[in-house]
Design a protein. Structure first.
Length: 100
């Protein structure tokens, strides 16, 4: 049986695939469970969690927040939700996700 930390690589792989649909890049930060998402419009979002699957996403104000920023934010949030739900509903054969 896998624990939550074993599911994070599965989440990250699926999430990277979903982000590629929007031409966004995912960079892992040095701090554990911290990622930076960069959109083609050069918007930056920070994604992190203390207890997976409770994922947080915040916009890093580096410029002017445009209507396109909101479009990317909704898409990224949708991708996060899809990936978490996908892992919860279809875990690898020997894995289960522990959800509080």
């Amino acid at each position: 049986m896998k624990n939550t930390s074993d599911l994070i690589p599965e989440f990250e792989k699926l999430f990277r695939q979903k982000l590629q649909l929007n031409n966004c890049k995912l960079r892992k930060k040095r701090q554990e469970n911290n990622y930076e998402i960069i959109t083609p419009a050069k918007d930056i979002f920070l994604m992190y969690w203390s207890e997976f699957p409770e994922v947080n996403l915040i916009y890093q104000a580096v410029g002017v927040r445009t209507q396109q920023t909101g479009v990317y934010e909704r898409a990224i949030r949708s991708h996060i939700s899809f990936c978490v739900n996908s892992i919860q509903e279809n875990p690898a054969p020997e894995s289960t996700l522990l959800v509080k």
